[in-house]
Write a new protein. Structure first.
Length: 251
């Protein structure tokens, strides 16, 4: 990476495939924390966040292990956060197996629909999302968070089993007055939901539904609930149809 001032901390959630030994052997400068149990996304990341905070980090970057990155991505994220005084900053994210197709170019939380969505998802990149913008939501796949935000709103909420904890974090930061920034000059590539069976898996869709309902239950206004149930049926039904088609296509 082109950014010179960074340290890598690998949090291992009780893996059994030799990851810890392989990383220690091949990358001796990487700090490793081995959890005795799988603390899932929120719990595992919180272990790393607290260690980084104790070590005096000004910014903390969460980065999924199923990603590859552009060498300049961290430089661009830090520059964007510093110039815009953003509490959280996220990159443009592409599909790993289709490197010009966008997965994330900013995010929306649609309270009337009870839904979280990505801007630009599945579109080919023609430069249509090359402007820095404020955004509602940054994916936990890759998010740069300032120390001040964590000191103010806390770490990820471990009440979420999987999915939704990043959106919850974003809502808390936004409501505390911290802007969220999408920085398109920072670029990474994501393999998508590897740990939950794939992008259209039943596991992903079921857990995403539960998490989004938890999020809406906490933060949506009472009047949003006139339409949330209807849109939930529509959106979840579409997701499960796609999951079914994905399963049939793999057979």
């Amino acid at each position: 990476m082109t950014h010179s001032n960074f340290k890598i901390l690998l949090v291992d959630n009780a893996s059994s495939d030799g990851t810890v030994e392989a990383v220690a052997r091949e990358f001796p400068t990487v700090s490793i924390v081995s959890n005795s149990t799988n603390l899932r996304f929120a719990g595992g990341n919180n272990v790393g966040i607290r260690i980084a905070m104790d070590r005096g980090a000004d910014f903390i970057l969460l980065l999924n292990n199923d990603t590859t990155v552009d060498p300049d991505f961290l430089t661009e994220l830090v520059a964007g956060a510093s110039a815009g005084s953003a509490g959280m900053t996220g990159p443009k994210i592409y599909f790993y197996d289709d490197p010009k197709r966008i997965w994330y170019a900013g995010g929306k939380i649609e309270w009337w629909k009870g839904w979280i969505s990505h801007i630009g998802v599945r579109e080919n990149d023609h430069g249509q999302y090359d402007n820095k913008i404020s955004t509602d939501y940054i994916s936990g796949c890759c998010v740069l968070v300032s120390r001040e935000v964590i000191e103010r709103v806390g770490v990820l909420d471990e009440a979420y089993f999987i999915y939704g904890e990043d959106a919850d974090w974003c809502v808390r930061a936004t409501r505390a007055g911290y802007p969220l920034l999408y920085a398109p000059t920072a670029k990474i590539w994501h393999k998508l939901s590897v740990s939950s069976g794939g992008h259209f898996s039943w596991c992903k869709n079921w857990n995403k539904l539960k998490s989004q309902l938890r999020l809406m239950g906490r933060y949506a206004r009472w009047y949003h609930w006139f339409t949330i149930p209807v849109w939930t049926v529509v959106n979840v039904g579409g997701g499960f149809v796609k999951a079914r088609m994905a399963i049939k296509g793999s057979n």
